[in-house]
Design a protein around this ligand. Structure first.
Ligand SMILES: O=C(O)CCC(=O)C(=O)O
Length: 323
């Protein structure tokens, strides 16, 4: 498991192949298809609308398809999705996903501690879907605005700028991960593009000067995933999404936190409006069925309780980025 951490530290992402069984995948595709249709037709309030990259996204008028279509569905654990929320919950709390997340948030070196179930905080579970017209995101880091100076960027990334005049390369002060984020596609997926290693350095002059949607960023890598693969990534890696209207996409987009991070993640998580319904979640379906049991249900409840506590302690969190 420390090899996962080493790969994340080096590249800013790590891929695990085939974490879902064929029957999990089948059930998820059915739930995801129903949920996407509901959202496309204007019958789900929390969507990512085409043309807008960051929250808050406008709410559709109930029953009317959002004008320019959608590229994401928010709130897969929201109980208003009925039994589809149970299917999504089973995948969010899947041991194969959470075991990797725990490994990535552990810090066994330098007297640090292993991350256990008791540290986990429920965060986001959304789905990124095929838009009905081609759409691209700008290059970004989730928590650092484009306008950040190299000094501000270095501070956000937890790196030190080299002291020598003219040298911009940052050297990371050992980073402790207080959250991890993943994409788990249900169809072959190559929408996510990253610049490997960019999570531990400030942008180069070429990256700063590049067009917001530069199609050929130096060193960029298209992340190719098969259904049931999962990529975990540092959400401050330089990345973007490119979406084609004629290519099916349903990618489960999750994140989980470590309670030790305190309010550090509050804005990133709560800006998505999850606080409005998280109290109403019911994870009792996890007490039975494949991979389930009382322990799984209790872990989910405890993760939810840690998020509710975070929300209570954080107050008004605002938004990470605009646009
Ligand atoms: O579509 C993707 O995989 C990337 C999405 C993304 O960059 C974001 O949500 O900030």
């Amino acid at each position: 498991m420390s090899s996962l951490r080493a790969a994340l530290a080096e590249n800013g992402f790590v891929i695990q192949r085939q974490v879902l069984s064929a029957s999990d995948l089948e059930a998820l595709r059915e739930a995801a298809t129903r949920t996407t249709e509901r959202a496309r037709s204007g019958n789900w309030p929390d969507v990512r609308t085409v043309g807008k990259q960051f929250p808050p996204w406008p709410k559709p008028t109930p029953g009317e398809p959002p004008q320019d279509g959608i590229w994401g569905v928010q709130g897969l654990l929201n109980p208003a999705l009925g039994c589809d929320a149970d299917v999504f919950a089973r995948s969010y709390f899947n041991d194969k996903v959470l075991d990797v997340a725990k490994a990535l948030m552990s810090c066994e070196e330098d007297g640090g501690q292993e991350c256990t179930d008791e540290d986990l905080v429920l965060e986001l579970y959304n789905m990124l879907v095929r838009p009905e017209s081609d759409f691209e995101l700008e290059w970004h880091r989730d928590d650092v605005p484009r306008t950040a100076t190299p000094e501000e960027e270095a501070a956000k990334l937890g790196i030190r700028l080299a002291a020598k005049e003219g040298e911009r390369e940052g050297k990371r002060v050992k980073k402790r991960y207080w959250n991890t984020q993943w994409n788990l596609p249900l169809y072959p997926d190559d929408s996510l593009i990253v610049v490997p290693g960019s999570h531990v350095r400030v942008r180069t002059p070429a990256e700063r000067e590049a067009a917001a949607k530069e199609p050929n960023m130096p060193g960029q890598l298209v992340v190719h995933l098969e259904p049931g693969d999962v990529v975990f990534y540092d959400n401050n890696i330089l990345h973007r999404g490119v979406y084609k209207a004629d290519k099916e996409r349903m990618s489960l987009h999750g994140s989980v936190g470590h309670a030790g991070g305190g309010c550090f993640r509050a804005t990133n998580v709560l800006q998505h409006g999850i606080g409005k319904w998280i109290d109403q979640c019911d994870f009792s379906s996890l007490a039975s069925g494949p991979g389930g049991g009382e322990k799984a249900r209790q872990r989910a409840e405890d993760m939810r309780a840690r998020l509710v506590k975070l929300g209570r302690e954080s107050g008004d969190v605002g938004y990470s980025l605009t646009g």
